[in-house]
Design a protein around this ligand. Structure first.
Ligand code: ZN
Length: 380
């Protein structure tokens, strides 16, 4: 089957086995490992597409569930698709809506045909199925679509997880059948199975047999300890085809990006950098910095003296703190820009380290500087 999404493996890091690659899409190519900023409602909160271009973002993620509810996929189709609607000419990945159904709605009923649940905005009854998730994503016109899956919480029992994995495989087949625009949109399968090696194997075997152009690992970053995530990645990535992109869903802390790349992951997304930015928290080369803290009231230095983003070149901690304390949108804009720039730059550094066969050393240096080698280190 020809696919609009292809992956080129450029080299692997001799120290860790991490992959340097390139993914080609109908809206341009991007180098991997990469981080995808999240634009839930067809906007990365407070960022313009011009900002995203300036920080060299090549692909962003948007949410099927949220766009289905508002403004509705028909309006976006009429606009000429999501790229035109939001004026973003780079690549777009849309999730399937499954994760939001399971995380935002507490009134839900999972059946073979799909999931019945209540709209988190007004309580209306809704139904999402593999066919519906494909129809919405076809209308949105994203470059990469995700199969509709169930993302069980952590922990889940082995028996529950097994029946869930089997259903997710059946849903994946239905997604492939329902997908109407295979020449211009690529559909990725999602490997589930929680922390159970046997179930990850089962899920990978089922999905790989369906020959998707790319694969994601779902069901991680849902509250499990970090060593569980790393262990699951260690036994799951070898089950994934080496000639297709591998995407770890919902992961965006600097340490997890590096640890994921080391275990063979190519793509990541997370709301973490943008969400904590709006709370006045910044990621810096020396660790986390809560710029809203009183101690920065008279600090006229940049957020991060080692950052070359336009925020750090032009604005001070004192000014940004003042804006955020006053709930000024511009303050959120500045911290969001810096955090996204920081993570995109971090991924460029990871790619450079792979080129030079030194990702293991890079990790050591980064973790030390970021304060992640302390026993009580925070995840970000
Ligand atoms: Zn900066």
């Amino acid at each position: 089957m020809t696919t609009p999404i292809t992956y080129e493996l450029i080299k692997t890091d001799k120290q860790t086995g991490a992959r340097l690659g390139r993914v080609h899409t109908p809206h341009g190519s991007f180098d991997t490992p990469t981080f995808m900023p999240v634009g839930t409602l067809a906007t990365v909160k407070t960022m313009s597409p011009e900002d995203l271009q300036a920080m060299d973002a090549k692909i962003i993620l948007s949410n099927t569930y949220h766009l289905w509810l508002r403004p509705g996929e028909d309006i976006i189709r009429e606009a000429g698709g999501l790229h035109k609607f939001m004026n973003w000419d780079g690549a777009i990945l849309t999730d399937s809506g499954g994760f939001q159904v399971f995380s935002l709605s507490d009134m839900r009923e999972i059946k073979e045909e799909g999931v019945h649940f209540r709209n988190h905005l007004n309580g209306d009854k809704l139904f999402l199925s593999p066919e519906k998730a494909m129809q919405i994503q076809n209308a949105l016109g994203s470059d990469i679509m995700m199969a509709f899956d169930e993302c069980p919480p952590f922990p889940a029992t082995y028996d529950y997880m097994k029946s869930s994995v089997e259903r997710t495989s059946r849903w994946a087949e239905r997604c492939l059948e329902a997908h109407q625009r295979k020449d211009v949109q690529g559909l990725f399968g999602i490997i589930q199975g929680g922390e159970y090696e046997e179930l990850r194997k089962l899920s990978a075997r089922d999905l790989v047999s369906l020959d998707f152009p790319g694969y994601a690992i779902g069901g991680l970053s849902v509250g499990e300890p970090k060593d569980v995530m790393n262990r699951v990645l260690e036994f799951t990535t070898p089950l994934m085809p080496s000639n297709k992109p591998r995407y770890l869903m919902g992961v965006g802390s600097p340490d997890s990006l590096i640890d994921g790349a080391i275990r063979g992951i190519d793509m990541f997304d997370c709301v973490l950098p943008t969400r904590i930015a709006r709370n006045g928290t910044c990621m810096t080369s020396n660790g986390r910095l809560v710029v809203r803290n009183a101690k920065y009231a008279r600090d006229f230095g940049p957020i991060d003296e080692n950052c070359d983003c336009h925020v750090c070149k032009n604005y001070t901690r004192a000014y940004i703190r003042h804006l955020i304390k006053c709930n000024e949108t511009f303050g959120f804009r500045l911290t969001t820009y810096h955090n996204l720039h920081f993570l995109l730059k971090l991924m460029e550094q990871v790619r450079q380290a792979i080129r030079e066969d030194r990702l293991g050393d890079f990790k050591e240096e980064f973790f030390e500087r970021y304060g992640l080698n302390q026993p009580d280190a925070k995840n970000f």
